[in-house]
Design a binder for this molecule. Sequence first.
Ligand code: ZN
Length: 512
Amino acid sequence: MSSSLIRGKYVVCRATGRTDAQVIDDGAVFQENGVIVEVGPYPELAAKHQPDEVLGSARHIVLPGFVNSHHHIGLTPFQLGSPDHNLELWIASRLGARFVDRHLDTLYSAFELVESGVTTVQHLHGWLGGGVPDVVTRAEQILGAYQAIGMRASYSFSMPDQNRFVLDADERFIRSLPPAVGNELAALLEAVSMPLDEVFSVFVELWERWRGSERIRIQLAPANLHWCSDELLQKLHEHALKYGVGLHMHLDETPYQREYARRRTGASAVSHLHQMGFLGPHLTLGHGVWLNEEDIDLAAETGTMICTNPSSNLRLRSGIAPLQQFAAKGVRVAIGIDEAGINDDRDMLQEMRLVLDLHRTPGMDDVVPTAPEVFRMATENGALTTGFGANIGVLAPGRAADIVMMDWEEIAFPYLHEDTPALDAVLRRAKSANVKTVLVAGEAILKDGQFTKVDKQAALAELADSLRTPLSPDERRRGELGAKLLPHIRGFYNSWHDRRQWAPYYQHNSRR
Ligand SMILES: [Zn+2]
């Protein structure tokens, strides 16, 4: 292994408060064997250390790598033929998604992530059918792609055991459908079913395979309250404790899900999880758009984290998360791009900017998100939702050398007022094109804008080639089934529709 000195006009080490960050002017990071040894003024570190390589310059800004804390797939659902319905309909419209080579698919989004400064991704793999060997193979194809490009990945897969199409029992929904449609859906659900003991044997096998890995961690992902029986939740909780891994659970993403929780438990999803002893710092709630004030208190008291996914929430009509309330109560928040951002890509800089701007409610009080807060969500907090925890997310001695170098002069060109804080400028103005070099564990996986370990153009050409064939009969059939299901799903939720119930949420969301 080797050492390097990474220099910047600014070195942003970490956020230190709501409006402050630790930034070293003309600073540097010295790393050895992938671990940060020292951070400080460049002249001092240059005199003290003899690195194998000097990276960056007085025109760069150096930051910790970002963490996308909620990610699923490569080609986006839109690319695969599914328009932006609301989440409940979208589940069906996604059925027509075609099969994409998993290695190439994972590389596709990994390119976008790294180019926007992401060094670690929380990959939440969707429903998996087939036997244990098949599922393990599919997970390995994804993990192999992250290994090839050099990113860190915190991987988990979700396996719902109930209510997979609407917020009600599969059998009951299937019975409500015309028999031909119902039979087709039943066959499809059967194909993606797996006994619970097999689900957990997949987890254990993957966990054992990757336990010594530097850049891969295996975690657990309860799909969502409606998708998990209490028995499944209990088993997930036991496994998390036994193997010492974190959990990432979609929760309260839509108002329908909140209403489902009320019907199932007589309370909120969060209070139900609390009663099961499920909450805690090892748990991250994905979305949490429809949490109420008591839920947010419970999350704060138990140290439960929340991952906010604003693009996804907008695109799938889920709502706007009460982020200001999360912050006011001291809940640790991370950021996820989910399936895709508002430009239908995986641009972490844009997603951070969306978090910065989406919650700028009217008023004179100082309650809206700040650049250091959003930066902390995308670095230190995001890290804690992954299996890498406090090893990443901050530029400090002992932490992994996961580092992003951007061209400061491009960000500040042709003019930027000299008093503008450097971190504010990154949050407001930086684009993927300004990200030049990305290190993971001290290794440059992107150098001067070029991927060093994989041939991006060749991989994208191969991906495009692999999809030039017409849709297969099975892909066509699934697409047609999805279209046939849409009116029935609309019908199912008709009785749930009461926008008057949702109105108070929007009012309360704008307070802090
Ligand atoms: Zn998701």
